[in-house]
Ligand binder design. Structure first.
Ligand code: NDP
Length: 332
């Protein structure tokens, strides 16, 4: 089995030398464990934070240890009565081709209900982030105008579509290529979208949202957050979900220069961590599965084959190579 190890803590953009793909022999699972052939594993922006040695809501990756994260695959050997060979499971030992998983940390998933990769994306952690971040954290209500950044990504594409389905008056998204922008308006039903690399965010947002916005779902931070504060209407809400534009910064960047507007407009800005919203999981799966079935909600995935390409897939997420959820197929 081959697993990606963190061997040095990146300073700024991660470099290939900070990682190593190391081999360990496959052994039969001990009591209470199962051996899983990972069909897909997830590479996510939050993993960049885990490469730093800082206390956060998830512990940092340990040096010279395999990295971990969401994965789905098939049980190929079981030493636990709860699992049989052939079961498909979701678990937390990604970044490797084969995983020796404690049975209590694995959850059976139904491969006949949805493609397995969906449990890492549209029906998984990023999906719940979008659902909870919009409906609960931002207190979305019918008639709100919603702006989401990172809108062609896993979380963002779902935020915009859920807002549309739930009766937003206007849905606006930003993304980093013209193709992504086209996807937002032509396939996902956004009312307006723009390429943030093509001009100042503040000007492009103003044009896209002439009557202002009521909710800003922030995946990006930086100038996007500043522009959104300027466009928010009275009693507007901001969900701080992520700030990917700063994940490789070595110095903290200055905050929004217009922060004083929070006061006059009585804005509410709230951070979120998806794991606090597990109570919404059943409702989330029921709603999203039915919207996918009816064709109201669409999603894309970007697949990278080969465990040896897992690191590049992760870096690709930070570069914007992905449309929708980035997924590695380590055993293909
Ligand atoms: P995405 O699928 O959205 O992939 C990340 C995208 O970010 C890239 O495709 C790229 O798209 C965009 N991006 C990269 N650099 C920049 C930049 N400098 N400025 C603007 N956009 C940039 O990832 P996820 O959907 O998994 O995650 C989206 C956000 O949500 C992240 O910030 C992540 O940390 C956060 N998150 C937070 C959770 C929570 O519990 N709080 C849970 C899950 C995710 P483009 O081509 O458009 O630049």
């Amino acid at each position: 089995s081959r697993a990606w190890h963190l061997v040095a803590r990146p300073h700024g953009w991660p470099r290939a030398e900070d990682f190593a793909l190391r081999e360990t022999p496959l052994t039969a699972p001990a009591e209470g464990r199962i051996l899983v052939r990972n069909q897909h594993y997830s590479v996510d922006p939050y993993m960049r934070g885990r490469m730093n040695d800082v206390k956060s809501y998830v512990p940092p990756f340990q040096l010279d240890q395999p990295m971990d994260g969401g994965a789905v695959g098939e049980v190929i050997a079981s030493n636990d009565p709860a699992f049989a060979v052939g079961d498909t499971v979701l678990h937390g030992l990604g970044w490797r081709d084969y995983a020796d998983v404690p049975a209590k940390h694995a959850k059976k998933v139904d491969a006949s209900l949805a493609p397995l990769s969906a449990y890492l994306g549209v029906l998984g952690m990023p999906g719940l982030t979008a659902y909870a971040g919009l409906l609960e954290v931002a207190s979305f209500k019918e008639g709100d105008a919603v702006f989401v950044s990172g809108a062609a990504g896993a979380v963002g594409s779902q935020v915009g579509q859920i807002a549309r389905i739930k009766g937003a008056s206007r849905v606006i998204g930003s993304a980093g290529t013209d193709d992504k922008v086209k996807l937002l308006t032509e396939e996902y039903g956004f009312d307006a979208a723009f390429n943030y690399k093509k001009g100042p965010v503040a000007e492009q947002l103003k044009e896209a949202a002439p009557d202002g916005i009521d909710v800003y779902f922030d995946n990006v931070g930086g100038d996007h957050l500043e522009a959104a504060i300027s466009r928010l209407n009275l009693h507007g809400r901001i969900t701080i979900c992520g700030m990917i534009s700063g994940y490789n910064d070595t110095q903290p960047i200055p905050g929004p220069r217009n922060i004083v507007q929070v006061l006059g407009k009585r804005l509410r800005m709230q951070g979120m961590i998806v794991t606090d919203h597990q109570a919404l999981q059943p409702q989330f799966v029921q709603d999203v599965a039915s919207w996918i079935a009816s064709g109201e909600l669409k999603y894309r995935e970007t697949f990278v084959d080969g465990n040896e390409n897992g690191l590049d897939a992760f870096l690709g997420v930070l570069r914007g190579d992905n449309t929708g959820k980035m997924v590695v197929n380590p055993t293909r």
